[in-house]
Write a protein that binds this ligand. Sequence first.
Ligand code: AHR
Length: 514
Amino acid sequence: MTITSIPAEDLVTTATATVVVDRSAVVAPVNRRIFGSFVEHLGRCVYDGIYEPEHPTANEDGFRLDVVELVKELGSTTIRYPGGNFVSGYRWEDGVGPREQRPVRRDLAWHSLESNQVGVDEFARWCALTNSELMMAVNLGTRGIEAALDLLEYTNHPSGTTLSEQRIANGAREPYNIRMWCLGNEMDGPWQIGHMSAENYGRIAARTASAMKTADKDLELVVCGSSSSAMPTFGEWERVVLEQCYEDVDYISCHAYYQERNGDLGSYLASSLDMQFFIETVVATADHVKHKLRSKKTMQLSFDEWNIWYLDEFQASQVSQVEWEHAPRLLEDVYSVADAVVFGNLLITLLKNHDRVAAASLAQLVNVIAPIMTEPGGPAWRQATFFPFSVTSRLARGEVLRPRIDVGTYNTAVHGEAPLVDAVATADTASGKSALFLVNRSLSEWLEVTINVAELEATVVEEALTLHDEDAYARNTLQDQDRVGLKPLEGVVLEGGILTVSLPPVSWSALALG
Ligand code: AHR
C-alpha cells in the first residue's frame, strides 16, 4: 500500500497549532480501568497465545512467561474474559475441574473447537501473574440467570456451598472477588448466538442484574449497548434497554472498530471523531433515560471493545475459512504505523471523555487483533499499536485535563472537517509530573505546535517520544519484529512555560514533563 495523495484543495497552508493546558480543565481522575484489555477464546488468543504448555517459557500452568512480560510492559489493567461472541455459547462448568475430564465442544461463534484446557481458574491465575483485574462476562445467549448466579457463586462465594467448595477443591481457597460483570455480549447483533430485540434483552438483563445484585449489591454490572455506531438500532437500542434496567446496572457498553477504507487515509486518521460521536450519543441517551426515570444515578460507559480491525477483509475471507479447528489463525491483523496513529488517537478520545467512559477494554490482547503476537515454540513481539498503549498507560497519572486546541482543519469524505491535531494532557499533583499525548493527522505537513504548559509548573522535559515512519504502512512482522517503534521526538523546547514541538505528519507523540 502507498500513502494516498490528497487533493490540492485539501492541503492546509497553516502548519501551526497552539494548545493551552488549563490546570483547572479537569475531566476526571485517571482510573486505571481505562487501560483494560480483552482475552477471548477466539483463534490463537488463549491457545498458542497466552497458553502454550510446550513453549520453553511456559510455567506449570502452561502460560507463556515471555507473553506475561510483554503484557506487563503493555500496562493493561482490567481484562474482559472469556468473550466476546464466544461467551454467548459458553458453559463455564466445562472449563473447571481436572483438565483431562473437560469436554471438547464446538464454538459456534468462530466455528472452532474449544478444548476447555483454560477455564476460569486458570485464567484467574494468569490475571494474578500479570497483575490484572478479571472482568467476567456471563452467557445471556444460550443461557441465563441460573448459570450466571452459579458462576458468581463459584468465583466469589468464600466457602461452605457446593460451588464455592468446588472452587476450593480446584485449588482456589480464596474467592476471586470479581467486581465487574458483563451481562452478555453484543446482544444487538444478528450474528450473536441468542440475538434478541432490545425489549427482550432489556428484560433479561434487568432480571439477571437484579438477581446478581441480590447475591452481592456491590457488583458492577455492564449492560450491552451497541456493537457499533453504524448499527441500525444505535441509540434506540440504548434507550429501550436502559429504560428496563437502569437502576440495576452501572455501565452501558460501547464497541467500535475502525479500518482504512477505499485508500482514504485522511478519513481514516479522523476515525476518533466517530468514537466521539458514539460517546456523546450514548451519554445523551443514558441521561435522557436518567431524567425520564427521575433517577439519581448517572450511567457510566464501558468502552469494552475498541481497536483497529480489518473487518471487511475478515468478512470477505469467511467463505473459505477452515472449520472446526482448534486455535485457528483468525483475525491476525498486522498493524501499520498509520493504524497505530489512529489507535493512539482513540486512546486520547477515551481519556478526553473519561468523566463518562469510566472503563475500557482494548480488543484484544494477544494474536487476535492484538498488540502482542506470538509464534508457537517461537518468539513474542510488539505490534505498532503496542507503543501508544504502553506509553499512555505508563505516563497518564493523576487527572485528565482537556486542553484548548487552536488548529486548522482538513476535509474528509467520511467525517467532514477534521482538526489536524488532537491532544490530551494528564497532571499528577502528588508527583508533580504531567504528560501530553498528541496526534498530527496531516498526511503531508509537519506541524509546529506551541503548547502553553505554564499552569503545569513543569521545569523539564523528561521524555519526548514519537511514532512516525517515512512509510506510514511499515509494520512489525515475524521476520522483522522491530521494524517500527518509538523514536525520540527531536527539537522539543521548554522555556518560560511554553513548550514548542514539531510533529511529523501521520504521527502520535508523547511528552513527559517533570
Ligand atoms: O473482538 C472480536 C469480536 O468483535 C468479539 O468477539 C465481538 O464481541 C465483536 O463483534
